[in-house]
Ligand binder design. Structure first.
Ligand code: FAD
Length: 346
């Protein structure tokens, strides 16, 4: 296995956010790889993402899971990637959480001493969150595709894992090329189409966003109050996001549109023009932890399950995936698919 690892390329299936970040991580480490994607057959949810990264979560303003590790990795990673791709897509920006009402304000202020305040700044109107911002995922994905195309390591093709991949011992063949490992980064589509990993604990959640134009809100910060209002520049904003667990189509819905109009109302916005809706399905999991790691018996791997936090989780876990691949470390046990090895038959 080790001999193959060093001499053969790996095959990445899927160029959404997860596959893109993993591909760049391998590229930086000099690991040979080939990347395939099939956006016309299997829609790419990453294009719908708001792209926000935010170190605190929930109404109690708790630090997100692993936030110190993730955020100290995320900033240098995306900054370096902007240089590699000669493009600008990483936008650190403060996030403001106004108190919902006087009752909520008193409730939070009573708990202030017990809250970890590392990323917070309290004011009379609400709480500012530092080290937040947004990633222009659309732009990152498009310029990454050109980058990989220029290197001749990208192909648009839909893979049917059960029939297209020939597994023989500890290698996999596809289209006359032998690979040391195939890494599935199919997002939500894995649950439907992947015979090797589709039985893991996926709990996909459809989400929709609306792009609007308005002269009313500030363009200097992300507003977060029962949803978010994200400034894109040029007086354009994204408002989001909805959650739904009973429809996984890629079609915008009237109910989401109404929901988002209500969010705009509660954010205090009266005058705006609706530009477009975007829709995707978050590859979330039942235990809200990613699905990262290696098949227990076959030369296959998975990099998936990033739910609604693909922007902050994927760089750190791509780094961990690579460390385990090189036998230099182990993936965090909460994210590793080792937690499901009992579900794989021998
Ligand atoms: C409305 C919405 C808002 C969101 N907002 C945020 C946010 O603010 N911050 C944040 O961090 N995250 C956000 N997310 C979540 C984020 O978008 C996801 O975590 C991330 O995009 C998942 O990326 P992925 O690469 O796993 O999946 P995808 O983007 O779906 O990519 C999967 C790719 O695999 C390809 N593929 C699948 N099967 C095959 C096959 N058999 N052969 C070839 N190719 C295949 C598909 O064509 C696709 O391109 C949001 C998601 C939604 C829907």
């Amino acid at each position: 296995m080790l001999k193959n690892k060093h001499s053969l390329p790996v095959l990445i299936i899927g160029q959404g956010l997860a596959g893109t970040i993993l591909a760049h991580t391998l590229d930086q480490a000099g690991v040979p790889f080939y990347l395939v994607d099939a956006p016309k057959t299997f829609f790419t949810s990453s294009y719908a993402a708001g792209g926000i990264f935010n170190p605190v979560t929930g109404r109690k303003l708790e630090k997100s899971w692993l936030v110190d590790e993730l955020f100290s990795y995320l900033f240098p990673f995306y900054t370096a990637l902007e240089k590699t791709l000669s493009s600008s897509f990483f936008h650190p920006m403060p996030l403001f959480r106004p108190y919902a009402n006087e009752e909520m304000k008193s409730w939070l202020l009573e708990r202030k001493e017990g809250i970890d305040n590392e990323y917070l700044r309290w004011t009379d109107e609400g709480v500012w969150v530092e080290k937040a911002g947004w990633l222009d995922v659309d732009s990152l994905l498009r310029c990454s595709k050109s980058y990989f195309q220029t290197k001749n390591i990208y192909q648009e093709i839909a893979i049917h894992p059960a029939t297209d991949l020939k597994i023989s011992g500890d290698v996999v063949s596809f289209q006359k090329q032998t690979y040391a490992c195939v890494i599935f980064c199919e997002g939500y589509h894995a649950q439907q189409n992947n015979p090797f990993f589709g039985h893991l604990n996926f709990l996909p959640a459809k989400g929709e966003l609306m792009k609007i134009s308005s002269l009313e809100p500030s363009q200097e910060y992300i507003l977060n109050k029962n949803g978010f209002l994200l400034p894109l520049g040029n007086h354009e904003f994204k408002v989001g996001a909805t959650y739904r667990w009973d429809d996984f189509s890629n079609q915008p819905s009237i109910s989401a549109q109404l929901d988002l109009r209500n969010k705009l109302k509660s954010l205090g916005l009266n005058s705006y023009e609706e530009i477009e809706m975007s829709t995707g399905v978050r590859p979330a999991t039942q235990d809200r932890r990613p699905l990262v790691g290696f098949h227990p018996h076959l030369p296959l791997a998975i990099f998936n399950g990033f739910g609604s936090k693909g922007v902050s989780l994927s760089p750190y876990f791509a780094h961990q995936w690579l460390a385990e691949w090189k036998a230099e470390g182990q993936i965090n046990s909460e994210a590793s698919i080792r937690r499901f090895y009992h579900l794989f038959s021998t």
